[in-house]
Design a protein around this ligand. Sequence first.
Ligand SMILES: [Mg+2]
Length: 253
Amino acid sequence: MSASQRRVEAIIFDLDDTLIDWSNPSVSREQYYEPKIAAIHDSLSSAGHKLPSVGEFFILVDQAIISVWAEAKKNWQITSFGDMLERLLMELDLDLNKIDMDHLLRRLDWGPRPGVLPFPDTVPVLKILSQMGYRLGLLTNSFMPMWVRDAELHAYQLLPYLDARISAADIGYLKPHPNIYLAILDTLQASPERTVFVGDRPLNDIAGANEAGLISVLMAPPHLNRLEENVVPDYTISCLSQLLPILAYLETG
Ligand SMILES: [Mg+2]
């Protein structure tokens, strides 16, 4: 069957706990962020900007992160890390005209969190799906721009398979808001009813996919227990390989 004759034309994946396994990170969120925020502090201080101590600065950034996410959950609109940082630096009376935000984001030196890896079947399944001619996309509820998180995808060797990638930070909306699904469908030139969405969070990934009219697949790896959340996916899998028989069924059923 050629790609154009198939029922499904595109498959979109969530990133965290869908393509990569967060069951066993070997450093905490704080341990991961601390040197990154220290690098930003160092960059600003070396340029002559007056800042609180690195320890105090870390606490301020951490509080800002917590407050951005608390706010985002009210209406599914997200402030990006860059905009959040800009706001904080303004509150600290720094002259934003003298600060290159892209440079500061590069100083984060973003990459995989130690201990977090793709699931064993992630690359093989993406390769098969790509060879079958499906257009593949990635939609992540991250407040980092996609170009920052691409460092992880590059390290995990996932980049070559993903035809479109959108981070919530780039759009300003989080899953389950329909706008972020429309954005990636538009990029992939795919219609919702011919697109499968795979994600691990019922209230974000699945609720949004259902509302936007996509075929929803709940990824429920053994280390998560999200089946009790009251959102019904079209299909449920516990590893990505289980997607292959579902696609075969969708094409013939
Ligand atoms: Mg996830």
